[in-house]
Design a protein around this ligand. Structure first.
Ligand code: ATP
Length: 293
């Protein structure tokens, strides 16, 4: 049952390696969706980031639609958080934006342009993805951060590292940016890997961001520091957050409650609490389980 989810996560993870890596990965798992540049697709200009889902429907199989007639507007620079039960389609909705899959009905636009009318490279080059399983390769810290933008200078890499609060970590490593990570090098902690992933996206500097919030346990202080960095990363970018914990999304401009019925509620944290609906119920349940001290 969980296999499909593993697949989509793995796909998102391999995404920064570019279309070649993505397609060969899909070939490996025997699943190459028919996604390619349309004849006449143009290189997208830098996005301002106004996102729209218009009547979007999608299913992995013809028998079962995961998303049905979804309408969603995210104004440029705003943060929208998606909450809801496991399997509701939050990850799927986000996966449609970089065209890991194409919609089956409706359309997705950025700045009013259908995402199928621009080249995949220019679309994906403007969408940063941070998720909990960070893709690291055997190599130096420098190379692993520079993966966010190949050819970046050391000065640029260090600025990105400092914005992700990775600077102190680098300073303590035996060879700074040259320190090798992976099998023959140092092993980074979960929190350090997250910071590295955030540094990559600061370096990439995309107008659009997808944050798949970590569910794995980090200690509270690390967790808070990471959340703070993510909030800074999201500033000024159009951001979709797949939220697993409600505590972290209170400040989202808008929260959408997604269930197998679609988007059933939306509003700010305060609006949704006052509405006493599903969000309120989720909130009260989480609060009852883990009261803040
Ligand atoms: P979670 O909170 O657990 O991450 P979610 O809301 O993000 O869940 P999705 O991962 O989008 O939900 O999954 C929505 C539905 O689509 C689920 O029923 C899931 O089993 C199915 N699904 C996801 N990926 C695939 C895939 N690659 N192939 C087939 N079905 C899939």
């Amino acid at each position: 049952f969980y296999r499909p989810l593993e697949k989509i996560n793995a796909v998102i993870e391999t995404y920064p390696r570019g279309i070649a890596g993505f397609r060969s990965y899909l070939t490996l798992i025997g699943e190459v969706p028919d996604i390619a540049d349309r004849p006449g697709a143009v290189v997208a200009k830098p996005f301002r980031g106004d996102l729209r889902f218009e009547g979007v429907s999608f299913g992995y199989t013809p028998e079962r639609q995961v998303l049905r007639d979804i309408d969603l507007i995210v104004p440029a620079g705003q943060t929208v958080a998606l909450v809801g039960p496991s399997g509701a389609g939050k990850t799927t909705l986000c996966a449609l934006l970089p065209r890991f899959y194409d919609v089956q009905a409706g359309r997705i636009t950025i700045d009013g342009i259908d995402i199928r009318d621009v080249t995949l490279a220019s679309l994906r080059g403007q969408i940063g993805i941070v998720q909990q399983d960070v893709f690291l390769f055997a190599g130096s810290i420098r190379d692993n951060i520079a993966y966010g933008r190949l050819g970046a200078t050391d000065a640029e890499i260090l600025i990105a590292a400092s914005r992700a609060r990775l600077e102190a970590v680098i300073a303590e490593l035996p060879n700074g940016l040259d320190t090798l990570i992976g099998e023959r090098g140092v092993k980074l902690s979960g929190g350090q890997k997250q910071r590295l992933a955030i540094a990559r996206i600061f370096l990439m500097n995309p107008p659009i961001l997808i944050l798949d919030e970590a569910t794995s346990a980090l200690d509270t202080a690390t967790e808070q520091a990471i959340q703070q960095s993510l909030a800074e990363l999201a500033e000024g970018r159009t951001t979709l957050v797949i939220a697993h914990r409600l505590a972290t999304i209170r400040n989202a401009d808008r929260i959408l409650v997604v269930t197998d019925q679609g988007i059933i509620e939306q509003g700010s944290h305060g609006d949704l609490l006052a509405a006493r609906g599903t969000y309120r119920a989720l909130h009260d349940a989480q609060f009852a389980e883990a009261p803040t001290a």
